[in-house]
Structures are given as structure tokens and as C-alpha cells.
Design a protein around this ligand. Structure first.
Ligand code: GRF
Length: 216
């Protein structure tokens, strides 16, 4: 099996990176992590990659005169490593339109809300303020606009009375760790197509039932 080579971009603790590392440890998983790049030298995720024997590179954004120059360095590093799919996993830098266009439909992100609701950094606070009964996470192809692009997969989790940002974030994070490896697998299996800026599945398996919260 020829595996899809992933480049994972992180800035922090890397729990989604860990979920990808764990999934890729299964020999039948159709993707492998070629390289982990962090813009921060102290990102906790770097140690996770090193522990798994994965190549890492720190590219500090502060050392570059412009976003374009930083993104060009990212781009070159990913291409030199033979990366076929770039996975943003808690990468806290906005990418230039040139970068995202250069990786069109080969660049994905995971965001902790049901997009297009609650874009941006404080998505859990936004969800609590809106009083929604479900939130969740979204894996999507990246387009130049922040937290936008064809949606590949979403997981819904209930919002409970009494939730605060931490409890909601923890519940969503658990769903993230299932969602990201699944989305990558579907892409690697060639089952995800973008048609007119919407994702269409080849042989999709869709949940039939409605979720209710509260149940009664
Ligand atoms: C996750 O909640 C992800 O959805 C968001 O940033 C967070 C990264 O967490 N984009 P981690 O570094 O993967 O633990």
C-alpha cells in the first residue's frame, strides 16, 4: 500500500497530532506522518512526534520579515519532505492565500465548533453564550478565509447545563481525536471529492438517526 504522506503543523500541546500518530501506528492505516512542523520551539507536540520517531522541524515565524516569507519556508519544507496532505492541528498562524492556494484540497484543518458557527479563537465561549444544545468539531479543507472551506466531517457533542468552557472543550476534544484520523483516512482512501466547493463522498456511510439533547 502506498501511504499518503502527512505534514502536520502545530503550535502547542499536539493532542490531535497524537491522535494521528496513534492511528498511523496501525499498519493498515493508509497515511503516515512524514514531518511535524511547529512555529514554536516549546510546543509540547514536538516531544510527542520525537517519541514516535517522526521527523520534526521548528520554523519560528518571528524570524521572518513577512507572512509570505514564513509561508514560503513552510511550503518548501513540506514539499522537500514529499508531503501530500497538510494537516493543521492547533497551528496558531493565519496562512497566506498563496499558501492555501498552493495546497488546494490538500490542506485541512480541525476546528472546535460546528462550522460555520463560532469561527475564531473563542469558539467554546461563543457556543455557551449562544445557548446551543449541540456543539462539536469540524474537519474542513482550508480556503483563504479563516475557518472556511468545504466541510469533510463533523462530530456533534451535547452541551450540558452547567458546562463551562473547559468542560465543553474537553468533550469536544474527545470527538476531535476520533474525527481527525477518520477524515484523514477517508481522504487517503480517495473517498472525498470536492464538487462546486462542497464535499461529496464516494461510498459514504451516513448516520440515519437524529440526535436529541435533552432527550426528554
Ligand atoms: C484543538 O481544539 C483544535 O480544534 C484547534 O486547536 C486545538 C488544538 O489542540 N484548532 P491540540 O494542540 O491538538 O491538543
Amino acid at each position: 500500500m502506498v501511504k499518503l504522506k502527512l505534514g502536520v503543523l502545530i503550535s502547542g500541546r499536539g493532542s490531535n497530532l497524537q491522535a494521528l500518530i496513534d492511528a498511523a501506528a496501525d499498519p493498515s492505516y493508509p497515511a503516515e506522518i512524514a514531518l511535524v512542523i511547529s512555529n514554536k520551539a516549546d510546543a509540547g507536540g514536538l516531544a510527542r512526534a520525537e517519541a514516535a520517531g517522526i521527523a520534526t522541524k521548528v520554523i519560528p515565524h518571528k524570524e521572518f520579515a513577512s507572512r509570505e516569507a514564513f509561508d514560503a519556508a513552510l511550503d518548501k519544507t513540506l514539499r522537500d519532505a514529499g508531503v501530500g496532505l497538510v494537516c493543521l492541528a492547533g497551528f496558531m498562524r493565519l496562512l497566506t492565500p498563496g499558501f492555501s492556494q498552493g495546497w488546494h484540497d490538500r490542506l485541512i484543518n480541525i476546528h472546535p465548533s460546528l462550522l460555520p458557527s463560532f469561527k475564531g479563537l473563542d469558539s467554546h465561549a461563543q457556543a455557551l453564550k449562544a445557548g446551543v444544545r449541540f456543539s462539536g468539531c469540524t474537519v474542513h479543507f482550508v480556503r483563504p478565509e479563516m475557518d472556511a472551506g468545504p466541510i469533510i466531517l463533523q462530530a456533534a457533542v451535547p452541551v450540558h447545563d452547567g458546562d463551562d468552557e473547559d468542560s465543553l472543550a474537553a468533550r469536544i476534544l474527545e470527538a476531535e481525536h476520533k474525527s481527525y484520523p477518520l477524515a484523514v483516512r477517508l481522504i487517503a482512501e480517495g473517498r472525498v471529492k470536492v464538487v462546486d466547493e462542497l464535499v461529496r463522498f464516494v461510498d459514504g456511510d451516513f448516520a440515519a438517526a437524529a440526535l436529541l439533547n435533552p432527550r426528554g
